[in-house]
Design a protein around this ligand. Sequence first.
Ligand SMILES: [Zn+2]
Length: 455
Amino acid sequence: MSQLLWPLVRFLLLIEVAASVNFFHHRYEQLVQALFNVHNECPDITRIYTIGRSIQGRHLYVLEFSDNPGIHEPLEPEFKYVGNMHGNEVLGRELLLQLSEFLCEEYRRRNERITRLIWDTRIHILPSMNPDGYEVAANQDPDAIGYLTGRNNANGIDLNRNFPDLNTFMYYNEKNGGPNHHIPLPANWKSQVEPETLAVIHWMSRYNFVLSANLHGGALVANYPYDKAQEQRSRGYQRKSNTASPTPDDKLFRKLAKAYSYAHHSMHQSPTCGEQFADGITNGASWYSLSKGMQDFNYLYTNCFEITLELSCDKFPPQKDLEKEWLANREALITYLEEVHQGIKGLVSDENNNGIAGAVISVNGIGHDVTSGDQGDYFRLLLPGTYTITASADGYRPQTVTVTVGPAGPSLVHFQLKQDTIKGPMEKKAPATSLSSKALQKKVVPRAARKKTQR
Ligand SMILES: [Zn+2]
């Protein structure tokens, strides 16, 4: 483009990118309109798709950002943000709409940081996982709204207590041997989950998500797995101090949670909502234990690392606060997204350079594996350090390498596996658990302790 034309084009672009989301509480139709407005403004880098419908028939729309929307590009990680899982916790929903518009506008303004993010990442944004609950909450008189009105879906079910309980299998495996990753679902799981939960589980199975956050309200803290404690001694409603229930990736999860809390205007100072959290972060179980939550399910069933963000003391903040809240969270939302680019990633292929799907990537000393996606690419989030990594796949000889991970960007570590001609297919791994789901259900699993601030 000629040097003379460029200032004119930039000027026109700025005029065209008028704010379309604005700061107000979006009812369902307005939310849909806002998503399509962003898509129309940035058609080349966005796609809208639905992962299913709520009980009352509202679409669970996702807005995707990518330089190639609709396509998984090998070595480009998939990221997701999920908002409004509790219908009455609405700030996340509005922040995700603001974020969508921000990404689109800044890309068009050639903001280098945002452009790089969209080129290197496939970002999926689900502003509302519980649109039915939202409408119930939004219909209330703001001054008279009940604390839990609209929290649940239209069947009265809390979606963050509705995922299959894989922690029980994991704790069993911890004692008796067995994995804490890609734990199979119980046989009857589909009949036990709500349509919104089912849609999200199918979504997680379709995309090889690497990193995620689940946006809530009612407190100001970044909460990381596990949410469910191994033993829940308290059954009552009283508060109690729990012991932390860390994952094998505890240090990484703390870093991820801090990435958000420190980029947020005030979360790291933990000043509000009557509860103190050092650095503005907490292990879920050490706050209070909850069962069948979404973040634990991400970790135990998929390759995805998810944290739960509590973003405001007020679950349904007044409209006048929305702009201030956006400014308090904007940098944190972008910073957390960028966290998907760390550790190692690479391709697992055979001797003819065909990608091997489902290859297992193990890190010595961290008892939690990830697997490669359909095209053989894998992503393993890791803190800086030196690691011994092994790739293995059925019918191939495992390959082990030592790699040093630096603080910036992910290191590329490819594996080319040789066919195991001597032994034939690798010895089949022991099933995830030798205990039937029926037997597990008989084990006493007390209900999660409840308290006023419920994530
Ligand atoms: Zn919540």
